[in-house]
Design a protein around this ligand. Structure first.
Ligand SMILES: [Zn+2]
Length: 203
């Protein structure tokens, strides 16, 4: 009986090692943070949906678990105020001996140029689209993905040019309500292939 229990324990331990688990922390959008960065109280949920999208699309190859403390979280999403780069930034850090990233997301779409500023002023879901897709892109860097030159990809770099309004607009048009973001990942087939190669799900 003891041997059977031991075998079962080993089996369970093996199962949990199959998916690579990443701990995360997302800054709450407190009234002070809202004043400093124009984040919205619902923005942490957009960050969480971005992580859930990577996990879901990997088919179980990568999972995320909320860390009770920021210090021990491998991915930390922060709301930025535009002092750094536009949209967002992922800065590699080492966390408890493992690879991690400090992620900065700019929630103030008024700072993203006149076109985006104008378009998001009257369309809250477009504004949430920009913040969500930025979270998705930057957390993508955080878990190890590089830029691509393909406009369809979430890891596309705007340095390659293209219609940035349309980049966000095409995702925005797929939404009927804000909650749809939780089920529409917004990644391309090529992104998914890279994700699955890096974090293979073991059945
Ligand atoms: Zn990038």
């Amino acid at each position: 009986m003891v041997i059977l229990q031991l075998a079962l324990l080993l089996l369970l331990a093996g199962c949990s090692a199959w998916a690579e688990e990443w701990t995360y922390w997302i800054d709450p959008c407190t009234p002070e943070a809202e004043k400093a960065t124009a984040c919205k109280p619902g923005d942490p949920e957009l960050g969480k949906w971005a992580l859930e999208a990577w996990a879901r699309e990997s088919g179980g190859g990568i999972t995320f678990r909320a860390s009770p403390t920021e210090a021990h979280a491998r991915l930390r999403i922060h709301w930025a105020n535009g002092q750094g780069s536009l949209y967002g930034e992922a800065v590699p850090v080492e966390v408890d001996g493992q690879r991690g990233a400090d992620i900065y997301v700019l929630p103030d779409t008024r700072m993203l140029g006149r076109e985006i500023a104008t378009a998001t002023r009257t369309d809250e879901m477009l504004r949430d689209t920009v913040v969500y897709l930025t979270c998705l892109h930057e957390t993508g860097h955080g878990i190890g993905f590089a830029h691509t030159a393909a406009f369809a990809d979430i890891m596309y770099s705007f340095r390659f040019g293209g219609d940035i309004n349309e980049y966000f607009g095409r995702y925005r048009r797929s939404l009927k309500k804000r909650g749809d973001i939780a089920t529409r990942a917004g990644i391309s087939e090529a992104d998914r292939a890279v994700l699955k190669a890096r974090y293979p799900a073991k059945e």
